[in-house]
Design a protein around this ligand. Structure first.
Ligand code: AQP
Length: 337
């Protein structure tokens, strides 16, 4: 399949998601939902990036469970392992190997400027480890190993993506054309879904307040309850405007799941209060997520199938990425044993 991708010059996509908990509505709308429809047009590599997850301390048993569940969720969200290469990052050793090489082409200063590093260091002051600092180098390796043309991500990953591009450009300028320069593929809507409890903060899997985020496997009644308690304002007018962060967030979510534009939504809720609007958003999200939950439950009953898929995915990912790594090793002066 890798050869086919090369010879027909089908564009290549890479993206990943951390198994740090059940995907949120933010992960889903900003990233994973958009991955499925790309499978026919592009050659896609999608990964559960468990090596990134250990930059924050994880319970080993839970990480194992979350990794398998995240893989099943990936398929439940529409990734077809026959069309795409779906794999678990730690199964493919080239990621760590290229990451080391690229870390020698990445400056301390540029890593120090990464906002995710600053945010996560502030959140975990007791464990500001080197992996947290070099996280974007591993992400650059993930992308560049597959010669990805496009990387579908939420807007929070834009800075890391730019760094990957800079590292690739730097390497290419020294050793000649080696890596494809990747572009971001950021959705127009819901590129940054905000917390339901603090709409100035992004919705995150690891938020300590469970009311702040919708996990895509939440029960319908839990989803409705969380939307009902979402923080808004005291104006009681459903309108997309500066300063109405809570309502803007709910309108973006509603728009992303129903396909309705902001004006249409404003018209729909003229003369109605926030209560009606919140329930409508909740119900639309429940409808959107129902098939994902049903498919996930089915997949988790068939662990053998999941194992076959992730093993095959890893073999395909390794075969393709090894070629990039061999090329890199040759260019920098390593020779084969
Ligand atoms: N709130 C969000 N809105 C839109 N897109 C989002 N993404 C994350 N949060 C939002 C996108 O989801 C993809 C996978 O993200 P990740 O799991 O690799 O890492 P993250 O960005 O750090 O996600 P979380 O949920 O905030 O995880 P934790 O809490 O573990 O750090 C990416 O494409 C990301 O842009």
């Amino acid at each position: 399949m890798a050869e086919a991708a090369q010879s027909t010059r089908k564009k290549i996509i890479f993206s990943g998601i951390q198994p740090t908990g059940t995907f949120t509505l933010g992960n889903y709308l900003g990233a994973v939902k958009n991955w499925g429809p790309l499978q026919d047009e592009y050659f896609c590599y999608y990964s559960i990036v468990n090596m990134h997850a250990i930059t924050v301390r994880q319970d080993p048993k839970l990480l194992r469970e979350n990794t398998l569940a995240a893989y099943a969720l990936l398929l439940a969200c529409g990734i077809d392992p026959q069309k795409s290469v779906a794999f678990i990052q730690s199964h493919v050793k080239t990621h760590a190997e290229l990451s080391w090489v690229l870390s020698c082409f990445c400056q301390f200063g540029e890593l120090s400027r990464m906002t995710q590093f600053k945010d996560k260091s502030a959140k975990h002051p007791e464990d500001i480890n080197a992996g947290l600092f070099t996280y974007p180098v591993l992400m650059a390796a993930d992308i560049l190993l597959y010669q990805a043309d496009l990387v579908p991500v939420g807007i929070d990953q834009k800075q890391h993506l730019e760094l990957a591009r800079n590292v690739a450009q730097r390497f290419n300028s020294v050793y000649g054309n080696t890596f494809t320069l990747p572009d971001g593929y950021i959705p127009k809507l819901a590129a940054k879904v905000m917390s339901l409890q603090d709409p100035t903060k992004k919705m995150s899997k690891s938020d300590e307040n469970p009311k702040a985020c919708i996990a895509i496997l939440d029960k319908p009644e839990t989803i409705i309850k969380k939307f009902k308690s979402a923080v808004t304002d005291s104006e009681a007018v459903v309108a997309y405007r500066e300063g109405k962060d809570g309502i803007n967030n709910l309108m973006s979510i509603y728009s992303a799941v129903t396909g309705k534009g902001f004006e249409e939504i404003e018209q729909e809720f003229v003369g109605k209060g926030y209560g009606d609007f919140k329930v409508a958003v909740g119900e639309a999200v429940v409808d959107e997520l129902r098939p994902v939950r049903e498919r996930f439950d089915e997949l988790m009953k068939n662990k053998d199938y999941l194992e076959t898929c992730y093993r095959e995915g890893a073999a395909k990912a390794e075969a393709f990425s090894q070629r990039t790594l061999d090329k890199v090793h040759k260019k920098i002066g390593f020779f084969a044993k």
